[in-house]
Write a protein that binds this ligand. Structure first.
Ligand code: HEC
Length: 132
């Protein structure tokens, strides 16, 4: 009886030690910084511009906030994107940039941002470029 309850305490303490660094990491994510987001955007710029007149592999991202997914006239989206029913804002961009194919299964965009801070920063930059 004594032994087993000690064991439980040990496990609980071990779990706490294991989770503490993760909690610390999660807390380190700051509010998005558009300037830092501009550097993150270099990874997007091969495929995206803010110029509606310019064509790249991805659709332009001018006025992205509040825009319906798959709505840039003349850009050939995947059916998955045009049929997603998504409106772009912070809540939808976060999971999309973390893993596009999980939010929009079948999307042609595959780039994932793995650092939560990069996601916050690039969203702040996209919002700024949307004039919001
Ligand atoms: C290798 C090319 C490529 C890169 C790099 C890329 N994308 Fe994309 N992106 C695409 C393509 C292609 C689509 C259209 C996907 C579809 O139709 O399924 C897209 C779609 C999008 C959309 C939806 C736009 C709309 O009109 O609905 C957003 C938002 C977006 N990308 C943001 C980003 C951001 C932010 C980055 C950088 C972190 C990035 N993308 C990096 C190719 C790319």
């Amino acid at each position: 009886m004594t032994i087993s309850s000690r064991g439980i305490v040990k496990i609980a303490f071990g779990t706490w030690l294991g989770l503490a660094p993760i909690a610390a990491l999660a807390q380190e994510v700051q509010a998005g910084d558009p300037e830092a987001g501009e550097s993150v955007f270099r990874r997007c710029a091969a495929c995206h511009t803010f110029d509606p007149g310019q064509r790249r592999a991805g659709p332009h991202l001018a006025d992205l906030f509040g825009r319906a997914a798959g709505s840039v006239e003349g850009f050939r989206y995947s059916d998955a994107m045009t049929e997603s029913g998504i409106t772009w804002n912070e809540e939808t961009l976060r999971p999309y940039l973390e893993n596009p194919r999980e939010l929009v299964p079948g999307t042609r965009m595959v780039l994932r941002l793995r650092r939560p801070q990069d996601i916050e920063d690039v969203i702040a930059y996209l919002r700024q470029r949307s004039g919001e």
